[in-house]
Design a protein around this ligand. Structure first.
Ligand code: TPP
Ligand code: SF4
Ligand code: MG
Length: 324
């Protein structure tokens, strides 16, 4: 073998990333917290896709779930409450060569960050977003969130919350330009991985709601679902996910759901008993905002430069002719 070929093989070997290459700080989440399962799935995805750590960014807001970027050995931005999406959009616009993920909580996304969420769907930028939905404010010690179920007793609703929980899937599916919506649960790792992977491969804004256990504040909330596989409905389709024989044996409640059918996706999303798990909607045809922007004639670099120069010239103080 030639020296050059050997060098090339050595370089390839050195550049291959293993799981440890994506593992950042030791997670400080409670044991049994569903965030741990989400982290494991995402690190596996990065390894399987061989994402270059220096070309990958995780952006978050504030909350237990938003500690995610600290646990990835990639670039990260632990932002401010509710503002993960505008930061991620800025990164996409300035550095289209980077792969951008967003991790957000139900409080972070559906409460203080709700306006950004709606507009991010409409802009359809190439970002993969994971909504860690534990149906509570975890970090601040158990206040009701918009997705908390009706009647939930918490520090802000001691007599039980008055309202039905907001359904993040139907909200997302109702916004113009929606292009990818899926739902996963943290306790079925095989499907969690497949859904995270499908979301990553979608070009556009991929919204994944992950129903996440918070054993610290709501240890009983998901118990009925955990103990009864019939309370989960798996969505499968040739254009969606395939269900392995092992999973199909346990989770017998299944639906053949075509992810290009928006009306049916909305119906499926409307009922959480049983919990639908899989790809609800996918449309590859929706244009991404960054592509629309980059291809417009008025975004031509020379035009932008001459426009800027004309603006600066307005404020230039030219030396007086007489002073010369
Ligand atoms: C502007 C602002 N308001 C309120 C807070 C307090 N705060 C921090 S995290 C949080 C809610 C976190 O809940 P969620 O987004 O569901 O994340 P989780 O901890 O459950 O993962 C709140 C209200 C804050 N940090 N900043
Ligand atoms: S409080 Fe809940 S969400 Fe936060 S780390 Fe603990 S189990 Fe996870
Ligand atoms: Mg939460």
């Amino acid at each position: 073998m030639s020296h050059a070929a050997t060098e090339c093989i050595i370089r390839l070997y050195e550049e291959r990333h293993e799981l440890e290459d994506y593992q950042g700080g030791v997670p400080r989440w409670c044991s049994g917290c569903g965030d741990n399962a989400i982290l494991a799935a995402v690190q596996r995805l990065c390894r399987d896709e061989q994402l270059r750590p220096e070309k990958t960014v995780f952006v978050s807001g504030i909350g237990c779930s938003s500690r995610f970027p600290h646990y990835m050995k990639t670039y990260g931005f632990h932002g401010i409450h509710g503002r993960a999406l505008p930061v991620a959009e800025g990164v996409r616009l300035a550095r289209p060569d980077l792969t951008v993920f967003v991790n957000t909580g139900d409080g972070d996304c559906c409460s203080i960050g709700a306006a950004h969420w709606i507009h991010a769907i409409r802009y359809n930028m190439n970002i993969t977003m994971f909504l860690h939905d534990n149906q509570i404010y975890g970090l601040t010690k158990m206040q009701a969130s918009p997705t908390s179920p009706k009647g939930l007793k918490s520090n802000t609703t001691p007599r039980g919350s008055y309202l039905e929980g907001l359904n993040p899937l139907t909200v997302t599916l109702g916004v113009q330009n929606v292009s990818f919506v899926a739902q996963a649960v943290d306790w079925i790792p095989e499907l969690l991985y497949d859904i995270v992977s499908a979301a990553f491969h979608h070009k556009g804004f991929s919204f994944v709601r992950i129903i996440q256990r918070c054993p610290e504040w709501l240890p009983k909330l998901l118990e009925p679902v955990l103990h009864d596989p019939q309370k989960v409905k798996l969505l499968h389709h040739e254009k969606g996910l395939a269900i392995s024989p092992g999973l199909a044996k346990v989770y017998r409640n299944q639906e053949h759901h075509d992810p290009s059918d928006l009306d049916r996706a909305r119906q499926v999303a409307g009922s959480m008993d049983p919990i639908p798990v899989g790809i609800l909607y996918r449309n590859e045809e929706v244009p991404c905002y960054e592509d629309l922007r980059a291809t417009r004639e008025d975004r031509d670099a020379t035009l932008i430069r001459s426009g800027l120069e004309a603006e600066f010239d307005k404020f230039t103080v030219w030396p007086q002719a007489s002073a010369a």
